[in-house]
Write a protein of this length. Structure first.
Length: 416
């Protein structure tokens, strides 16, 4: 009986310790994929000189007048190794594109394609199309002159030399807003329309010109339309042009193209066939992903897909959590990693971090707005460990100051 009582007491004592430990957040998180922790795990045994380097950078004059959100996470050891202000909500600038990209790959899949299509209605009689042409926009920022020429040639190959009808733009993929929430009126803002050519909102004019160039006349006067007898006739597919998500991500991240990022955001918004999709539809998917990685979406604010908006607020912790999630999901990482700028090599990092240990090593997304400079991505430390990091400098009057600080942080992580 005494043995049974002893065992029972031991089990209750162990259970109490377990509950207390759980309450203190010292056990590994099992139920969610999160990096939330109030302490740096001591088991890492990270080289002391790296910590000393980072500590010394926290005495930079820049940080006496500005805000900093910083988190460095060892993906190999699965542990945070350095953090300061990592939960502060700060404006991400163009590192917001990482949130958009990771959500898009996670939701749509790496094989997703942007599509722009051409349809017609009516009858074809003696080389005359008595009906309308419908251009269905898919907000493809890569749609170019070659694609438009293919549209015109698809009509020409049917023997059509005259269209008695209208050229109709179908922009029902998204709502009719042309600017993002919180964009400054005096910025060089892209126009958010589902029908684009060469990144410009002049699709229908260029289509009419291309048809004329290949010898196809468009007679859209009222008399011609009244006589075409196309009422209630079904739409017939003529041609579609595609570009892959990988192609779009490459320019979106390497060159920090804002229109490309907004196009990706609206692909997320329109997922599942939603018509007149809004940025709010896209935010719902972002919130779902944030919940899945173990954070509270209510702690952040998302206004657009590019980071142009002054209404975006994230934290270094959120950015690193998303980078960690992507790293552990090959279906995401395989599409994200090749599209990131490479230090000293290409994109917005081509002229930065050309040192021996950072050049070709650091792969990260840059961010720049008035008063904001940010950097988030991956690098390999001297001990071979893979790291994810996020650095957000807010309140910087000169963006070069923020970039210089970020480069120093990356150098401290990569040097032996």
């Amino acid at each position: 009986m005494m043995k049974i009582l002893f065992i029972t007491a031991f089990l209750w004592s162990s259970l109490g310790t377990l509950v207390e430990s759980w309450a203190q957040d010292t056990l590994p998180v099992i139920v969610s994929d999160t990096i939330v922790s109030d302490t740096i795990a001591p088991v890492l045994k990270w080289p002391e000189n790296v910590t000393v380097r980072l500590d010394s950078l926290m005495n930079e004059p820049l940080l006496k007048k500005t805000q900093l959100g910083l988190l460095v996470y060892d993906l190999t050891a699965d542990s945070a190794i350095y953090k300061l202000g990592e939960r502060q909500t700060l404006r991400p600038a163009s590192t917001m594109k990482l949130v958009t990209a990771i959500t898009a790959i996670d939701k749509l899949g790496g094989s997703y394609q942007f599509r722009t299509s051409l349809y017609y209605s009516g009858l074809i009689e003696r080389n005359i199309l008595r009906g309308n042409l419908y251009c269905v926009g898919g907000m493809d920022p890569r749609f170019n002159n070659d694609d438009m020429r293919a549209f015109a040639e698809s009509i020409q190959k049917m023997g059509i030399d005259t269209i008695c009808g209208r050229l109709i733009a179908d922009t029902s993929m998204k709502d009719d807003t042309r600017l993002g929430e919180g964009w400054c009126w005096d910025d060089d803002n892209p126009s958010l329309t589902p029908l684009l050519i060469g990144k410009k909102d002049m699709f229908m004019e260029r289509l009419r010109q291309e048809l004329n160039d290949v010898g196809i006349a468009v007679v859209d006067n009222e008399e011609a339309i009244a006589n075409n007898k196309t009422k209630n006739r079904p739409l017939i597919h003529l041609c579609s042009r595609f570009h892959s998500l990988d192609q779009v991500l490459m320019r979106m991240l390497k060159e920090s193209d804002n229109l490309y990022a907004e196009s990706v955001l609206y692909q997320i918004a329109a997922a599942g066939g939603i018509k007149n999709a809004t940025a709010t539809h896209a935010r719902q998917w972002i919130h779902k992903l944030i919940t899945r990685i173990g954070l509270n979406p209510g702690d952040y604010k998302f206004a657009d897909g590019s980071g142009l908006s002054l209404y975006n607020y994230v934290s270094a912790e959120l950015m690193v959590s998303l980078l960690r999630y992507a790293y552990h999901n090959q279906n995401i990482f395989g599409h994200l990693y090749p599209a990131l700028p490479i230090a000293g090599v290409d994109g917005t990092l081509e002229k930065r971090m050309k040192g021996a240990f950072t050049n070709g090593n650091v792969r990260a997304k840059t961010g720049t707005l008035t008063g904001i400079s940010s950097l988030a991505g991956y690098c390999t430390a001297a001990n071979g460990h893979q790291l994810a990091f996020a650095i957000i400098n807010q309140g910087v009057l000169r963006n070069t100051s923020g970039r210089t600080f970020q480069d120093k942080v990356c150098t401290a992580l990569c040097e032996p």
